[in-house]
Design a protein around this ligand. Sequence first.
Ligand code: 13P
Ligand code: SF4
Length: 310
Amino acid sequence: MPAQVYNSIEEEIKALKRKRGAVILAHNYQVGEIQDIADFTGDSLGLAQEAQKMNAPVIVFSGVLFMAETVSILCPDKTVLVPDLEAGCSLAAMIRPEDVRKWKAEHPKGIVVAYVNTTAEVKAEADYCCTSSNAVKVVSAIPEDREILFVPDFYLGSFVQMKTGRKNITIWKGYCHVHVMIKSERLAQLKKEHSQAELLMHPECGCLTKSMEFADQILSTEGMVKYVRQSKAPEFIVATETGILHKMQKENPGKNFIPATNQAVCNYMKQNTLEKIVLSLERMQYEIKVPEPIRKQALVPIQRMLEISQ
Ligand code: 13P
Ligand code: SF4
């Protein structure tokens, strides 16, 4: 039979999705053309919640590996595919399960809160999971007298500590290589140049504490997208990965979006392409399956987080 000819790669993906009974979930940092063909786009929390609601037997997850692992943990009966196995995360690589085990051995009554940007093995050692959108809520739900280890993001951890006023938190010194590039001096200068603009910051930003006094909002990626929809401001300075500007600009053509720096590009997120999504659906590659014993353990902190953030 002659090979089917498609007018566009998007059409080809649609046909393959139908054939496989697949849906595409994409993180807000994905390139615009991937966001445009996705069935759902969102932040780490939204993507995890949405994956559970999807009826499709196959999920192509266009984001980074720890996010796909979270989906696999929550949806063990679904086939979770990623377009590229190189889509890691510099922040997730900064903490190992043995680091957490060591702290727990030294603090038998301590509680471990793992940011979602961690491997399944690290989550399996944690008591609670959190994302940028619910970290303050999760930590606030932990009894005051329990000592906490927060891993791996130092800046999100410091933000949570400030917001909750908790003294008994040890914060791991991990960071995201993209968000440390964003500098407070640059944000202050942009604020001066754009007097009507609101400054939106992701809590992973390395200059968060320094910029706090002039930041208008500190939000997760989807939190930012929702915020700009309802804000009356004509301009926004966006301090996070630049992929998010696509959705903001598309939804709000009359508003102006200024990236904190054009260099804030996550090379891991950008491993995914439309061509790799085609291959993923054609060959059913690359499947992410968390081994059952780890999955069962990692599910506990994730479910605790989902209950708290309802
Ligand atoms: P969000 O959960 O806010 O989308 O953040 C994920 C992430 O990796 C930020 O760098
Ligand atoms: Fe990880 Fe940073 Fe990329 Fe987010 S932007 S996926 S934290 S490396």
